[in-house]
Design a protein around this ligand. Structure first.
Ligand SMILES: C[S@@+](CC[C@H](N)C(=O)[O-])C[C@H]1O[C@@H](n2cnc3c(N)ncnc32)[C@H](O)[C@@H]1O
Length: 455
């Protein structure tokens, strides 16, 4: 029961459960209440930020009473940094909430999970990330230069996260050396609203199984500072892994995303190589690669298992990125056809197949919704691993027309997953089993794998 305070601006509620993506749920005067960054069992004080007919949205002000299972967060940045959201929960509790949230989405959409196989956790709960994109900025207006993550619940502040615990020591060293180097140089960070400044982002990728490290400094062209001086600093650091690449990406676009308008190689080669399940993968600076390497091995093993017998079958790997899933199943399959939007990733997929001595893989660059029409092969199995927005309705129409016996759907967004599954079920597919795989400990996200067969 909530407690009325002042002019109804602040109320106290007890959180009853969470809904994906881990939003705390309570009730107040018969209205449903949503509060981000809260967990079941907590009593909280929140300020009403949205009031609608059937619900209220609160902004968390204070946790008045902790939940009994809460623990001390490992990272000193936790709570201020906008990255992790649940380091204060035991890992078992994180997995329990993730599983419940995904199952509830299926139930609410009246979509069966088939046999629900539970949640598979990540081997590593810390130091698991193989890629981070850090932003240059300041913690407060006029403060010293910072490099790291956006601050929680703030649109502007940047926090230097040189103690971040979801990356390893090599990442932390690069952050610290980079921010220290540029603090001295008095170069302005890029201000999105003013469209002015030089320093934008720092992208770090590390292949966890090979130890190869890529450092990519992203700036505008508004200053002719010699970035080779920066490369020298990074080259002189001692790493646990091996520094393989230093790149300088020029990005004058107005968007806050990293857009590689021009990429200059400052040291080494412009890619790193990772080993996954006995195969080698070339990862170029901007292509998609699962951000938790050990998690990816486990996820792809689940996919392989869900596919059952791929012996002599034609497999479509739609939204294939650098062709990881397709190549993992290729040794048994008759043929693999992969489709991916990013040309650079497709080039890497082709090279990867050569690297791995696989001659039965074809990778095509293009939008799945458009390209799939022109594919002549007939698939026995279709793997779908779309971005968060799910499978485009046009693409789903073609997927259904192919009439494949089996579909394995891998999703990083269970909300769009259930919408797409509904369409597949309406068109003659049956959901056999579902498993949730945590790839992103300490965050509300996870992957869901579903096996469907044609009835
Ligand atoms: C979740 S990732 C999966 C990648 C790959 N299966 C893997 O595990 O590494 C989704 C991929 O879909 C690609 N993509 C996004 N929209 C697309 C579209 N309309 N057509 C084809 N590929 C698309 C993205 O570039 C990204 O590589």
């Amino acid at each position: 029961m909530g407690k009325r305070r002042g002019r109804m601006q602040e109320i106290e509620v007890k959180i009853e459960k969470t809904e994906f993506p881990s939003v705390g749920i309570s009730s107040y005067n018969d209205r449903k209440v949503y509060v981000k960054n809260t967990f079941p069992g907590q009593t909280i004080k929140g300020r009403v930020k949205k009031r609608r007919e059937g619900y209220l949205e609160l902004k968390l002000q204070e946790v008045l009473e902790k939940a009994p299972y809460e623990i001390e967060a490992k990272c000193p940045h936790f709570g201020v940094c906008g990255g992790c959201s649940s380091q204060n929960l035991t890992y078992d509790k994180q997995l329990e909430l993730l599983g419940e949230e995904v199952k509830t989405l299926f139930e609410d959409a009246s979509v069966t999970t088939g046999t629900y196989e539970g949640v598979t956790g990540s081997v590593d709960q810390f130091e698991y990330r193989n890629k981070m994109e850090f932003t240059f900025g300041d913690e407060f207006k006029g403060g010293e230069l910072c490099l790291g993550m956006h601050m929680k619940n703030q649109s502007f502040g940047i926090l230097t996260v040189d103690n971040c615990k979801i990356v390893d020591e090599d990442f932390r060293k690069v952050i610290k050396a980079t921010v220290d180097f540029f603090k001295d140089k008095d170069l302005p960070y890029y201000r999105v609203m003013k469209r002015e400044g030089f320093l934008r982002h720092l992208v770090v990728r590390k292949a966890k199984n090979t130890g190869e490290l890529l450092v990519n400094l992203v700036t505008t062209t508004q200053n002719d500072f010699d970035v080779n001086l920066y490369a020298e600093v990074i080259k002189n650091l001692e790493f646990d892994g091996t520094l393989t690449s230093i790149l300088h990406t020029e990005n004058d676009s107005l968007s806050d995303a990293v857009i590689p308008e021009k990429v200059n190689l400052l040291f080494g080669r412009d890619y790193i190589v990772e080993n996954l399940l006995g195969l080698k993968f070339k990862i170029s600076p901007f292509s998609f690669f699962q951000t938790n390497t050990k998690g990816a091995e486990s996820l792809y093993s689940i996919v392989r298992d869900y596919m059952g017998d791929s012996e002599n079958k034609v497999v479509f790997d739609l939204y294939c990125g650098t062709g990881t899933i397709g190549q993992i199943v290729a040794p048994k399959a008759k043929k693999v056809v992969g489709i991916e939007l990013i040309e650079e990733a497709v080039e890497a997929a082709k090279e990867n197949a050569k690297f791995n001595g696989l001659s039965n893989c074809e990778f095509i660059a293009g939008d799945v919704a458009e390209t799939i029409k022109h594919v002549k092969d007939k698939p026995d199995i279709i793997i779908l691993d779309p971005p968060r927005s799910g499978v485009h309705p046009k693409a789903l129409e073609y997927v259904i027309k192919f009439d494949a016996k089996e579909i394995v759907y891998v999703s990083c967004n269970p909300k769009t997953l259930v919408t797409d599954l509904k369409v597949l079920v309406e068109n003659g597919y049956e959901i056999i089993k579902t498993r949730v795989k945590d790839m992103f400990p300490n965050t509300p996200h996870g992957e869901t794998v579903v096996k469907l067969i044609k009835k």
